[in-house]
Design a protein around this ligand. Structure first.
Ligand SMILES: Cc1cc2nc3c(=O)[nH]c(=O)nc-3n(C[C@H](O)[C@H](O)[C@H](O)COP(=O)(O)O)c2cc1C
Length: 197
């Protein structure tokens, strides 16, 4: 199989990391790969806020988990379970309960990707950028996990310390590190392709 295809098939959401640090040079290469993603009207309006301080990552993780818990408290149990299952695979939920870093899984690096609130394409642009980062990381021997929960960082008390302008929102975070688990691939949905003549 060609190297790109191999990387695509081998990437997994990894939720356990070794303590090994990731060099600044590697982080910069990953972000450069992210920036090579296509963007609507070539706006490239993503921005990257990189967290590498262990205490800061852990503290945001705890605050986000609290914010998530508050949201869940305001929904019925059935809705909360439905919401979680629509977002996450069951193994993620088990991981969430058993890990001591419920959001960023002890990763040494967290990249927050922000984009303008006022742009309808921000979500798609960010998704493409994030996928480039995750595939580049895999190709360089690292692992990642996209963390949608990280959007709740905007509700944390320390959010202001990130100096993210009001016009931007955190679309997604990506944890980056040297993986310490090898999850099997989740089965992919089939029979969803329609060739139309
Ligand atoms: C937009 C988006 C948000 C996600 N948010 C989270 C998250 O907050 N926490 C988490 O552990 N995994 C999160 N995931 C990872 C998915 O659970 C994971 O990609 C899915 O189970 C498929 O597994 P795979 O990536 O190993 O193929 C997210 C994935 C995407 C695309």
């Amino acid at each position: 199989m060609n190297e790109v295809m191999k990387t695509i098939y081998e990437r997994r959401a990894v939720r356990k990391y070794k303590k090994t640090a990731v060099s600044r040079d590697i982080i910069e290469q990953l972000i450069a790969a992210g920036s090579m993603a296509p963007s609507a009207m070539n706006k490239q309006s993503w921005k990257f806020y990189v967290l590498t301080n262990k205490a800061t990552i852990h503290s945001f993780s705890t605050e986000i988990a609290h914010a998530a818990f508050k949201e869940v408290k305001h929904t019925s149990i059935t809705d909360a379970v439905k919401m979680s299952l629509s977002f996450f695979h069951l193994s993620t939920i088990v991981n969430f309960i058993t890990s001591d870093d419920h959001i960023f899984y002890g990763a040494p690096v967290v990249i927050l990707i922000t984009a303008p609130k006022a742009d309808d394409w921000s979500g798609l642009n960010t998704g493409m950028c994030a996928q480039n980062i995750m595939l580049a990381a895999k190709a360089m021997g690292l692992d990642t996990c996209p963390v949608g929960f990280a959007r709740l960082i905007m509700q944390t008390k320390d959010y202001a310390s990130l100096n993210i302008p009001d016009t931007e929102m955190v679309e997604l975070a990506i944890t980056v590190g040297y993986g310490d688990e090898h999850p099997a691939a989740h089965e992919r949905v089939k029979n969803n392709v329609h060739f139309v003549n």
